[in-house]
Ligand binder design. Structure first.
Ligand SMILES: NC(=O)CC[C@H](N)C(=O)O
Length: 454
């Protein structure tokens, strides 16, 4: 079952369990022109933009079915649009914006990001490009991410209301360093304690990087300096290099070599640094990756970096599982002999075999995939490790143990879930203080009444 991170976060914010109906159709871009289409949590296929366009009629029905199920279950349903309601090239066949609101007859609030500039022009222009009935369902505007003196904005807001005859329902302030899970873009902003950096982590950014939210907890840790190494840059001095997941492991392996990152990794290991691979990054650290059916790219095999005694073959079925177990990683510091629990999720098409006699990364409680209960691998010299477990840093003990393995004694931090809860509270407080709830409640109760009359 797969839903977008944004929808899972919205469910957490609303205090309800996430469900696929909250994200009936999910597109996971696999390149600039195609995406994996996931309907009701199940992958349908990889589609080119044009094919998806034709598929939208089917997808719309899935969206409406989900909406109906939610209506039967909840009193208030808030739907977030995707992209922009005025993308005229995509309006025909749209399933995520105004066409959906017309189909289910719901009021609309348009939100503009003033940090990017041109917010008034954006709102007036967007409204202008909607049809008359769509315009009628817009009940107001919200300005988001405002910083500065609000009194200077007031004349602009007055103008906007006069011009459009729609109310501004609030101006939300820019919340500094809000650390909420992002969908596709890599988040790199960090607040670190410069005088107390204990671990420097470098993550090369592959073209097809996946699951970059694995790094959110490292980024949120005040004693860990996390650097995303972009293409064209070299990996500079660090304590730990982490190779992230990838949607096209063999192509990204080639990219890694093209940028000289293989040499940087070799040098880093000569200087006794540690290297960790997650999922696709784990596969790259092995001996070989075979793709006999061309699942991710061209048919063929690629030689890995050769640091771990593992062999991977890509299959057509994607495996998806949640796992929990005990870390096998031995820490040079902070090793008090206590077994550390690690948990995470696995999502991959690769099947990996570890050569006999080598250490695993973790012993899982109920391992089902690949090498069974013993998951992942650690090199004989204890310098290189790899695992399929996404989210391995989300539990504070595992984070502490892995950073200890990498040579640093870091303080224990909040769990990922409670850190997200704290950030959601910040956002909720801002919404409570700055939105016109009286008006918003009126829209909601009118809507509920009209539904009862339907
Ligand atoms: N999330 C990932 O890194 C996936 C790795 C690889 N593409 C696989 O599916 O096996």
């Amino acid at each position: 079952m797969k839903i977008g991170r944004a929808q899972a976060l919205q469910a957490q914010a609303a205090g309800v369990a996430p469900h696929v109906d909250m994200n009936p159709v999910l597109l996971k871009p696999s390149s600039d022109t195609d995406a994996q289409v996931i309907v009701h949590g199940k992958a349908i296929s990889n589609m080119q933009a044009q094919d998806y366009h034709d598929y939208k009629k089917v997808a719309m029905q899935a969206v409406l079915d989900s909406h109906q199920r939610l209506v039967n279950q909840y009193q208030v349903i808030m739907v977030e649009g995707a992209g922009n309601p005025a993308e005229i090239n995509l309006r025909e066949g749209d399933i995520a914006n105004m066409r959906f609101t017309e189909a289910v007859n719901c009021p609309v609030i348009i939100v503009a990001d003033i940090d990017k500039g041109g917010a008034c022009a954006h709102l007036v222009g967007t409204l202008e490009l909607l049809s008359a009935s769509e315009q009628n369902r817009v009940v107001g505007f919200v300005i988001n991410k405002f910083r500065g003196d609000i009194t200077l904005l007031q004349s602009g807001l007055d103008w906007l209301e006069q011009r459009t005859h729609k109310p501004v329902l609030g101006v939300l302030p820019y919340l500094m360093d809000l650390q909420l899970a992002e969908e596709d873009a890599i988040q790199a902003n960090q607040t670190i304690d410069q005088d107390d950096i204990r671990l420097r982590v470098a993550v090369p950014v592959f073209s097809q990087i996946s699951n970059h939210t694995d790094f959110d907890m490292l980024r949120a840790h005040p004693q860990i300096e996390l650097t995303f190494v972009r293409q064209g840059q070299r990996i500079s001095a660090a304590d730990l290099i982490i190779l992230p997941g990838s949607k096209d492991v063999r192509a990204d392996l080639e990219l890694l070599r093209k940028h000289g990152w293989d040499k940087d990794i070799a040098r880093h290991l000569r200087y006794a640094g540690k290297v960790l691979g997650i999922c696709g990054g784990y596969q790259m650290l092995g001996q070989t990756t075979h793709d006999p059916k061309g699942i991710e790219g061209t048919i063929g095999s690629s030689k890995g970096l050769g640091y771990l005694p593992i062999h991977t073959t890509l299959h057509s079925e994607k495996q998806l599982t949640h796992s929990q177990g005990k870390l096998r990683l031995q820490a040079d510091v902070h090793n008090n002999g206590i077994e550390v629990t690690v948990s995470g999720y696995q999502i991959h098409v690769g099947h990996t075999e570890r050569e006999d006699g080598f250490n695993a990364f973790a012993l899982l409680d109920n391992g089902q995939l690949d090498d069974g209960q013993l998951e992942g691998c650690i090199s004989a010299d204890n310098q290189v490790a790899g695992s399929y477990l996404h989210g391995m840093f989300d539990s504070p003990q595992a984070l502490q143990q892995i950073t200890a393995w990498a040579g640093a004694d870091t303080d224990k931090v909040d769990t990922y879930a409670s850190q997200q809860e704290h950030e959601l509270d910040r956002l909720a407080d801002a919404c409570k203080a700055h939105l016109d709830w009286q008006k918003i409640h009126t829209f909601i109760s009118n809507q509920t009444k009209s539904k009862h009359h339907d």
